[in-house]
Design a binder for this molecule. Structure first.
Ligand code: PGA
Length: 259
């Protein structure tokens, strides 16, 4: 991690925790973290939509310096889109970060790079930060298509986004074979791909954007693997699923620099 990019560690709760459980988890997490942790690392949590209002209330009432995040959103501000949630609604809840293009959304709900691009732009328009996820399948990795696939996801996802805005966003590199499987990419493999993503950003959006953009690694990050991953020069944070559901484990990941 480069000194001038502040790391961002994000907890993706996926479809877990009702709003009562969410309140307890946030409170436990706030007890487990120290002021120094939050000074050294930006932290965001991404509960399900039904928890957002409750979690927002706890974070604000107790002045807990953890950013509120969402896992997805639609690209329109309002309208006839049954079952969807708009970026304008998230902005009203003081949501700071919105994950878009998570591999589960792409694989299970058919999201395309074009959809992800519309979401990235809508999130930025509503003054929130996209965490745009990309990553390859094991098949793509083994057949040598991995890099082309990542370039397509990154460049199509960011098409039409201004250079200045690109520097402010977050890209999460999450190899699909490592998500929820207990198989983490080696720190070298993860570093290599994050450096490749940064180089892709540089070629299209210039050196300043590439230097500023934060790139997270995601896929079975645990307290034991976080330190070595976070020590890589092009890895600026982590997107954590399973381990973010335990306040203790998530706090230990955030405290990677002490371990
Ligand atoms: P995992 O999930 O940490 O459970 O592998 C990561 C993610 O899907 O964001």
């Amino acid at each position: 991690m480069m000194a001038d990019r502040k790391p961002l560690i994000s907890g993706n709760w996926k479809m877990n925790q009702n709003h009562f459980e969410a309140i307890q988890l946030v409170q436990k997490l706030s007890y487990a973290l120290t002021k120094d942790d939050i000074t050294a690392v930006d932290v965001s949590i991404h509960p399900p939509f039904t928890d957002l209002r409750s979690v927002q209330t706890v974070l604000e009432a107790d002045k807990i310096p953890i950013a509120l995040g969402a896992q997805n959103c639609h690209w329109e501000a309002s309208g006839a889109f049954t079952g969807e949630v708009s970026p304008a609604m998230l902005q009203k809840l003081n949501v700071s970060y919105v994950i878009c293009g998570h591999s589960e959304r792409r694989q299970l709900f058919g999201e395309t790079n074009e959809d992800v691009n519309k979401k990235v732009k809508a999130i930025l328009k509503h003054e929130m930060t996209p965490i745009m996820a990309c990553g390859e399948t094991l098949e793509q990795r083994e057949s040598g298509e991995m890099e082309d696939h990542i370039v397509d996801q990154v460049l199509e996802g960011l098409a039409g986004v201004k250079k200045d805005a690109v520097g402010g966003l977050v890209i999460a590199y999450e190899p699909i074979w490592a998500i929820g499987t207990g198989m983490t990419a080696t720190p070298d493999d993860a570093q290599q791909m994050c450096a490749f993503i940064r180089q892709t950003v540089e070629e299209k959006f210039g050196a300043a954007a590439a230097k500023a953009v934060r790139i997270q690694y995601g896929g079975s990050v645990k307290p034991g693997t976080a330190p070595e991953l976070m020590n890589q020069p092009d890895i600026d944070g982590a997107l954590i699923g399973g381990a973010s559901l335990s306040a203790e484990d998530f706090a230990h990941c955030i405290q990677y620099r002490l371990r």
